[in-house]
Structures are given as structure tokens and as C-alpha cells.
Design a protein around this ligand. Structure first.
Ligand code: FPP
Ligand code: MG
Length: 300
């Protein structure tokens, strides 16, 4: 199964998609919390890992819908650091599935490049087995020039870990380059894995759970949250459409809030010379170091 499916729309779905695009505002960034794979597996009397594998197929459909709807960025929660507490068999099964999918991604780079899709794995990848780190690094490097659709796969991720890592980055790299007055909310935001992404406009969680489960807690303060009872492997185009309609209904109050709130750092970095030379140098070092790590992993 490819990362972007060849989903065949029915005529009714095509009509709905066209109407939605013509009449309403499309979110720039959508995040999916893909929940309910094991309950789905139990209901179908199939193995848990088969449930996760069906979940991946739905992710590929969602990517196709997002691409066609005009969404520019997708973030998906694929493996929480909390998931390490699951049985060895399930964790290893999920890693094998990820190995298969990232290896497949490397085979279909041309197709991803045609769609302009850039893959970024956000998370503490050093917690993963070495061979998987290498695959993930290669996947990120092989699509790094693309800029039409960004797919962020949260793998070995929790928000609390992301924020802890950000503080560590400041301490490790910034101790010589930064002054105490440089430390701010914005600077910390720049050290998150999502440093180059706008915050999600819409978060869609399946399976009836109405929690965030330590997912993008820093980034979601002004996002529309949409919860559905459907189990992730059973998600359809119509559920996706319902989430976009909910976003179109609720986004107004968030737009007001965003207008009055401070600007997100990714906008600042693009629109002003807000940062001092010292901070700019520090931020450039973060990017350089992150890329060097990927190059080293991919080469090993
Ligand atoms: C949550 O359902 C799902 C996961 C923990 C794994 C999701 C992973 C995939 C869909 C595969 C993605 C792979 C790549 C390479 C992107 P659950 O296990 O919590 O199910 P439950 O809520 O019914 O127990
Ligand atoms: Mg679950």
C-alpha cells in the first residue's frame, strides 16, 4: 500500500469535494489522532497488527483527500512514547509495519516528488531501533526538497517529551550563544520539532475518545477539535468531510482569537527581522544540527 492512495471517488463524493472547495475555507493544517485500530481488529476478529495495517491504508486515503481538498499540511499521531508500554509483540509489530512503510516510501520517492510531498518524522527518533532510525532519516532526506504537502508523522512522540527536548536544545546549544534575555516563549517554540510548521487548524480524533493524549499540546491552543465515534480503520470520505464542515462552522471564533493572540513564531520568522543576530545564529545551528543527525543516520 502506497503512502498516497489511488482513491476512487464516487460521483457524489466528487460533487461534495468540489462544492466544499468552491464555497468554504479549507484548513491549512489538519492533524489526525488515529485511534481505535485494536477495537476494530477485535470487532473483525483479526490480529491487532492487521488492525494497525488497515489503519495505515486509511491514512493513505486521508492523504489523498487532503491533497485533493487543498490542505497543505497533515500531522498524524502514529506512535506515542506511551505506546512503548504495550506488549513487546505489539510494539515490535508496529515497528515492523513502520519498517515496511518507510522502505516502501523510499521506493516510491518519485511518486511523492511528483505530488510534492515532504515527509517529516516528528518525535524522539533516537528512542527507535537503529535500523528504523536510518529508514526514517533516509525518508526525510529523500523528500526534503518538496513543498506542496507536508506530512508530519509523530513517531516516538509526546508533547511533554517534545518540550523537554526543546529545553535541552536551549541548554546544550544555547549556553554559549544566547543571553538570559533571549529565552522566551517564542524561542522555546522555535526549538520544538514543529519549528517550521504553522499550528494545526483542525484536529480530528477518532474512536469516541475526547482527549488529546499528550499530542501537540503546545501547538493546539487555537485549533478546532473534532471528535468522531468512528474507529480509525472505518473512517470514510464522509467523516473527513464532516470534520471540514465542523471546521468551517467553528473557525470564526478561533480566527478572532488568533488575530488578538500573539503571532506564531513561524509567521514572525518569515515576516520580520524580529530575532537578534545572536538568536538567528542559534536557530540556524538547530537546523544544521538536526540535518547533520539525519545525514549521519542515513549514511550508517
Ligand atoms: C491507535 O489505536 C493507533 C496506534 C497506536 C498506531 C497507529 C499506527 C498506524 C495506523 C500505522 C502508521 C504507520 C506509519 C508508518 C505512519 P489503538 O491501538 O489505541 O486502538 P484502540 O484504541 O482500539 O485500543
Ligand atoms: Mg487507543
Amino acid at each position: 500500500m502506497s503512502w498516497v492512495s489511488d482513491y476512487k471517488y464516487t460521483w457524489a463524493e466528487q460533487l461534495a469535494m468540489r462544492t466544499l472547495r468552491a464555497c468554504g475555507h479549507i484548513p491549512n493544517h489538519v492533524a489526525f489522532v488515529m485511534d481505535g485500530n485494536r477495537r476494530f481488529a477485535r470487532s473483525q476478529q483479526i490480529d491487532k497488527i492487521e488492525g494497525h495495517s488497515r489503519g495505515f491504508e486509511k491514512l493513505a486515503d486521508c492523504l489523498r483527500w487532503c491533497l485533493d481538498a487543498g490542505v497543505r499540511e497533515v500531522t498524524t499521531f502514529a506512535f506515542s512514547i506511551e505506546n512503548f508500554k504495550r506488549s513487546n509483540e505489539e510494539v515490535e509489530g508496529l515497528f515492523n509495519l513502520a519498517r515496511e512503510k518507510f522502505a516502501r516510501l523510499l521506493e516510491e520517492t518519485t511518486r511523492l516528488n511528483e505530488h510534492g510531498i515532504r515527509i517529516r518524522v516528528i518525535g524522539n527518533i533516537e528512542l527507535l531501533p537503529l535500523d528504523l532510525q536510518k529508514l526514517v532519516a533516509s525518508a526525510m532526506l529523500s523528500t526534503e526538497r518538496n513543498d506542496k504537502l507536508f506530512l508530519n508523522v509523530a513517531f516516538a512522540y509526546t508533547s511533554r517529551d517534545e518540550i523537554t527536548q526543546a529545553v535541552e536544545t536551549v541548554l546544550r546549544h544555547g549556553s554559549q550563544d544566547l543571553a538570559a534575555e533571549d529565552i522566551s516563549e517564542r524561542l522555546l517554540e522555535e526549538c520544538l520539532y514543529t519549528r517550521h510548521s504553522p499550528p494545526p487548524d483542525l484536529v480530528f480524533r477518532t474512536s469516541g475518545e475526547t482527549r488529546l493524549s499528550d499530542f501537540m499540546m503546545w501547538q493546539l491552543s487555537t485549533s478546532v477539535l473534532y471528535f468522531s465515534n468512528v474507529l480509525w480503520p472505518q473512517i470514510t470520505f464522509w467523516h473527513f468531510l464532516a470534520s471540514l464542515l465542523a471546521y468551517q462552522r467553528d473557525r470564526w471564533q478561533l480566527e478572532d482569537f488568533r488575530r488578538t493572540e500573539r503571532m506564531h513564531s513561524y509567521q514572525l520568522a518569515k515576516t520580520s527581522d524580529f530575532y537578534s543576530e545572536r538568536v538567528q545564529k542559534f536557530l540556524a545551528t538547530i537546523d544544521e544540527d538536526r540535518r547533520k543527525l539525519l545525514v549521519r543516520l542515513a549514511a550508517n
